[in-house]
Design a binder for this molecule. Sequence first.
Ligand SMILES: [Fe+2]
Ligand SMILES: [Fe+2]
Length: 204
Amino acid sequence: MSTHPKASPLLKPDWRYVEKISLEDFTRGDWALLNAQRSQYYAEEQARQVLRMLADSEHDTTFGYQVNNYRHSLQSATMAHRDGLDEEDVVVALLHDIGFIACPQRHGEFAAALLGAYVSERNEWMLRRHAIFQDVHAHHHPDVDPNARERWRGHPHFEWAATFVARYDQATVDPGYECAPLSFFEPMVARIFARPQRRAPMPD
Ligand SMILES: [Fe+2]
Ligand SMILES: [Fe+2]
């Protein structure tokens, strides 16, 4: 129990607070306590909080697409699953646009930063650039260069990025598509975030 009446609750009833308000005052013992509780906290909370970000957008409006970002994400993941892609690719499809509204111009980087430590380099690379790969499909968009992706032609992950966008991104805005529910993907998301971290995601 904290002595402060406005302290946030702890995840576990047997955990303890560090009852100090400046990190400069934390002792080695305080850091040891925090770090011991931190690992269990992330194991239980990280995937849950990421899923909550997506779940919270279920009833969002759109600016003109027939489906909102939630349904686009579910269609992308459902199609990836029905095509027999592996669990990592399905989760990547589910979360590729998780930052689409909150961080529109850099939403590929947003997803790459979120997932990069837990997925293959191929998927991190694709996530970071997927919006640019999409431009080749926007034949009549007034403001994009359809050939922008060509700068990466020949890169080992080029074909995967092109395939992902063609199949699971540019054509997954169909209001008539029967998507699997978010609950279907929740255990998959939990397993991906439970992986040992590959490395800190770094821009290249
Ligand atoms: Fe996107
Ligand atoms: Fe997308």
